[in-house]
Design a protein. Structure first.
Length: 113
């Protein structure tokens, strides 16, 4: 399984970015897909999870600002990030989980103040 993440970049505080993660397998074959992030010197933390059924879940720090969605026809997971803050600066990784975990290569998001 291969995951290709894209969409990172430099944005000013208050701006928006949309990340995309395209998979080599049918997106519906995974138990869940999600976005994680790792700030410099920090650990990799969950940002948002999207399940085949049910409601997505979000970290408290991004709730109300980020939206996770999926396009099954394109095998692509998205993360719409609005009202970005400098503390959102991190490398963002997409993850797919079925019997094991698969990770994308990461895309850097930098939010300037």
């Amino acid at each position: 399984v291969q995951l290709q993440a894209s969409g990172g970049g430099l944005v000013q505080a208050g701006g928006s970015l949309r990340l995309a993660c395209t998979t080599s397998e049918s997106i519906s074959s995974f138990t869940y897909m999600g976005w994680f992030r790792q700030a410099p010197g920090g650990q990799r933390d969950v940002v948002a999870l999207s399940y085949n059924t049910g409601t997505p879940t979000y970290a408290a720090s991004v709730k109300g600002r980020f939206i996770i969605s999926r396009d099954n026809a394109k095998n692509t997971l998205y993360l719409q990030m609005n009202s970005l803050k400098p503390e959102d600066t991190a490398v963002y990784y997409c993850k797919a989980f079925t019997y094991t975990a698969f990770w994308g290569q990461g895309t850097l998001v930098t939010v300037s103040s």
